[in-house]
Design a protein around this ligand. Sequence first.
Ligand SMILES: NC(=O)c1ccc[n+]([C@@H]2O[C@H](COP(=O)([O-])OP(=O)(O)OC[C@H]3O[C@@H](n4cnc5c(N)ncnc54)[C@H](OP(=O)(O)O)[C@@H]3O)[C@@H](O)[C@H]2O)c1
Length: 331
Amino acid sequence: MKAIVQDTYGSADVLKLRDIDKPAIGDHDVLLRVRAAGVNPADWAIVGGLPYIARPLYGMGRPKNPVRGTDVAGEVEAVGAGVTRFRPGDEVFGWCGQLGGAFAEYASVAENALVLKPTRLTFVQAAAVPMAGTVGLLAVRDHGQVQAGQKVLVNGASGGIGTFAVQIAKSLGAHVTGVTSTKNVDLLRSIGADEVVDYTKVDFTRTGLRYDFILDNVANRSLSDLRRALTPKGMLVPNGGGFDHRWVASGGRLIKAKLSFAFVSQTVRTFIAKSKQENLLVLRELIEAGKVTPVIDRTYPLSETPQAIAYVGQGHARGKVVVTVINGATA
Ligand SMILES: NC(=O)c1ccc[n+]([C@@H]2O[C@H](COP(=O)([O-])OP(=O)(O)OC[C@H]3O[C@@H](n4cnc5c(N)ncnc54)[C@H](OP(=O)(O)O)[C@@H]3O)[C@@H](O)[C@H]2O)c1
């Protein structure tokens, strides 16, 4: 099969289109004929072997799995002996596992990391959901426990996670403010944001307005500035930025956040999203109910995965970037 592989860490140029063996599947795995694979900032980071602290997981000198890509949508080609929920021909989406494997014609995926694709979504839209949708859901629903009427602010609202978080917070009845640049103001309004702050004109930490919950996908404001924008019992989820710190990425900021919130009435919650079928099921329900629709920035054919990853690595995606795989005929 054709796959995008990396033999070494580096910029997106280390990724090459090559013929490799189809992945083997275990008893509880599904072999997917990949139709689309979502791109995340994590793909860009792992291509570069960042942060260094994660290399024991991904591979010290070179990646253990040469194929990147966690978010996948496709058709079930074959199932392991112990698989009970899926059969060949099912259209599904989910997570390929932490070590990747989605930027290829076929992928092996654990049965419990997949759900049936909502019929109203294309494969491209479905492949946009797993990681960004899960992070948005965990941040807003589980950690933020956002309630109807609460004031929510999403910094980095027009990106992959932000576009899900805005819609999920709206589905919970929150009053949502999205922070983005001028070119994405209309996009945020179109997905339901009540207020939009253009960061090229206004610093949301200096308006005097206070929020019950802030999801920060950017890390471009100091922790004390973010605290000033929270209500006295408000909560911050600092969720991003930081790959310029090559050893620990955002780890240092997260530790600082825990310390700076330790003795105040406001709270901070941090988490690393993992694949969980029950979260994908909730996202599917939200999608089927028309409350959440993935926002697609652009698609790239499998052969142009390096360009897709380099684009996401610039940090200005408008919703999600997705790689398309055309059944055996890679463009
Ligand atoms: N906790 C976890 O488990 C977890 C999982 C996945 C990802 N993450 C992290 O979450 C972060 C966001 O991921 P993502 O997939 O949403 O990234 P993304 O798709 O690349 O989106 C980044 C967004 O940030 C916006 N942005 C850039 N500079 C900004 C600024 N100064 N002020 C406000 N917005 C700004 C961009 O909007 P403009 O184009 O308008 O600038 C863009 O829409 C990343 O750092 C990622 O590593 C965490």
